[in-house]
Design a protein around this ligand. Structure first.
Ligand code: SIN
Length: 288
């Protein structure tokens, strides 16, 4: 098989054209997909009208899947491998806990000792317009820093906090953020991570980090904000405009992403994500 790829943006991403991810796929054919995943950071598969079981089965080709023990309230009731990101109300009419998931720059599971290798998000229902997701190329962000800045951040560790949100979003679910923080004590992750497969250095930060280990918030925040702003400049970013039945897989080790609230919230947006386990990284710290 020879993959038909179409670049999605200058910074990152490629669409894999004319493929059915649920069809039988040899190791060699999947190897081509995996190589494209490493080369492009994110891959888009359009028109994947597949079942949940097929979504899970394709995801397993990338590695062992997270059962989302660290985010128990957001799991699909019958498939712990699927994390819901939905504004579909609960059966009793109350708002969904996961309606604001991902509304800040982050890499999946950065707040755990085994941050994710990659995630595969499938769009089941999308609003008429918007509900987009931004992705940033963190290798490019690192490479374009000055030598002085690279030296300054080389040994820094950012403390990643679970259950954080932007202040303009209302709390979701009774005690949900508190539960997430209890299950996931603060973890210090290297600000510069070496990709275990490509060997390339990438920034590893995002908006779940409020301070560096060994420094105060006041000392850390200006540099954190500078690095996040640098990493998310338009030239390092791809904007995914979802259609129903898209699957996007991204590499959490060298990209970060943010779900935008750029849509009419009376319309439905229902997404389901598998999360591929990565390799151990970081160390536990007291207090966050
Ligand atoms: C996520 O952060 O995993 C969800 C992204 C999205 O819903 O667009």
């Amino acid at each position: 098989m020879s993959l038909k790829l179409r670049k999605l943006s200058y910074a990152l991403g490629a669409e894999v054209c004319d493929i059915d991810v649920a069809a039988p796929m040899s190791e060699v054919a999947f190897g081509e997909i995996y190589k494209a995943f490493l080369d492009h950071g994110i891959l888009l598969f359009r028109d994947q009208d597949i079942t949940r079981e097929q979504h899970i089965e394709f995801s397993r080709r990338f590695g062992e899947l997270d059962k989302h023990e660290s985010l128990p309230q957001d799991r699909h009731p019958d498939h712990p491998e699927l994390l819901l990101v939905t504004n579909e109300p609960n059966a009793d009419g109350t708002p969904s806990n996961s309606r604001y998931t991902g509304r800040q720059w982050h890499s999946d599971m950065s707040f755990t000792p085994i941050p994710s290798l990659g995630s595969l998000l499938k769009s089941w229902t999308v609003p008429e317009v918007g509900g987009d997701t931004l992705f940033a190329n963190m290798t490019m962000a690192y490479d374009t820093l000055s030598g002085g800045m690279k030296k300054l951040i080389a040994d820094l560790h950012g403390i990643q906090l679970a259950g954080t949100r932007k202040i303009n979003y209302a709390p979701t679910g009774v005690g949900r953020a508190e539960e997430q923080r209890k299950l996931n004590p603060p973890i210090a992750q290297p600000v510069v991570r070496v990709h275990p497969e490509t060997g390339k250095k990438a920034l590893y930060l995002g908006e779940k980090v409020k301070r560096f280990d060994g420094m105060t918030e006041a000392e850390s925040l200006p540099l954190i904000q500078y690095l996040n702003a640098h990493a998310t400049k338009p030239e390092f970013v791809y904007r995914q405009q979802w259609r129903k039945n898209d699957i996007v897989v991204w590499d959490n080790r060298c990209t970060m992403h943010q779900a935008l609230g750029d849509f009419d919230e009376t319309q439905r947006r229902h997404m389901e994500r598998t999360t591929v386990l990565g390799t151990p990284s970081g160390y536990a710290v007291m207090g966050g």
